[in-house]
Design a protein around this ligand. Structure first.
Ligand SMILES: NC(=O)c1ccc[n+]([C@@H]2O[C@H](COP(=O)([O-])OP(=O)(O)OC[C@H]3O[C@@H](n4cnc5c(N)ncnc54)[C@H](O)[C@@H]3O)[C@@H](O)[C@H]2O)c1
Length: 253
């Protein structure tokens, strides 16, 4: 199958890491579905088309079960060609001082929303996308987890760490279940990547983090997109259930 036959759905693709992954998959010839709650998704799809690729933008809140159930209709004639799902949409709420709220002050509603988007959203979208992937006996599912799920988080809140840790467990379960269908499931655990999310904390926090990165800088969305497109490729066909740390060496197991 050529890349044109493998449609890629990228959630949270209106900016940051998701945008970089969508653009790179588009440049490699995959038709790309740019899904996001933000209207900027349209500009990302337009940029992919302007660069010679195929792209469609769709509004999608991954935590909205009814909206996720509507994916077959939203993708239309692309649904049967779906081959790649990148579960990238995520949130990392901070308090007014730019720092994660301590657990003792965390509103239960904030906890629930982070779990709903970062963990349940990935479950809902993955489950919804299984029919076309299983029908073709080929698929790539990629989860954006986090270094926060690998070691004590320096910046993210407890809800974020809990959700991303859960996502890694979900990815392993999915990899085990879907292997016989020819579908691989892998996670990327980024360190600190320079995106709007990362800029939502204090300047000092990012500088302190960068000072402890062996490669000496924060990551770029493109650093992550390179790994994501490898995981989506034929070349990664014997890799499943893995987590790849993309953090400049900031976390070494
Ligand atoms: N930036 C980092 O340092 C870093 C580190 C580790 C993991 N990650 C993870 O990588 C992913 C991308 O992060 P980013 O830094 O690009 O963040 P970002 O905030 O810059 O972009 C996230 C995108 O997801 C979208 N989104 C949020 N909630 C959504 C929902 N309910 N439904 C659909 N889309 C939604 C946002 O609108 C936004 O376009 C996230 O899962 C994040 O947790 C980021």
């Amino acid at each position: 199958m050529s890349n044109r036959e493998k449609v890629a759905l990228v959630t949270g693709a209106a900016r940051g890491i998701g945008e970089a992954i969508a653009r790179k998959l588009g440049a490699l010839g995959h038709p790309v579905v740019v899904a996001d709650v933000l209207g900027e998704r349209e500009a990302v799809a337009e940029a992919i088309r302007a660069a010679g690729g195929e792209a469609r933008a769709i509004p999608l809140d991954v935590a909205d079960e009814a909206a996720v159930m509507g994916l077959p209709g939203a993708l239309g004639d692309w649904w049967g060609r779906l081959g790649i799902l990148v579960n990238n949409a995520g949130i990392s709420p901070k308090g007014p001082d730019g720092k994660a709220r301590p657990i003792r002050e965390m509103p239960a509603e904030e906890w629930r929303r982070v779990l709903a988007v970062n963990l349940t959203g990935a479950f809902l979208v993955s489950q919804a996308c299984l029919p076309p992937l299983r029908a073709r006996r080929w698929g790539r599912i990629i989860m954006l987890t986090s270094q926060a799920a690998r070691a004590k988080s320096q910046i993210a809140g407890a809800h974020y760490t809990a959700a991303k840790s859960g996502l890694m467990g979900f990815a392993r379960s999915l990899a085990a279940e879907l292997g016989p269908d020819g579908i691989t499931v892998n996670s990327i655990a980024p360190g600190r990547i320079d995106t709007p999310m990362a800029r939502g904390t204090t300047e000092g926090a990012n500088a302190a983090f960068a000072a402890n990165i062996p490669l000496g800088r924060l990551g770029t969305p493109e650093d992550v997109a390179e790994v994501a497109t490898f995981l989506a490729s034929e070349a990664a066909g014997y890799l499943t259930g893995a987590t790849i740390d993309v953090g400049g060496g900031s976390y070494m197991p």
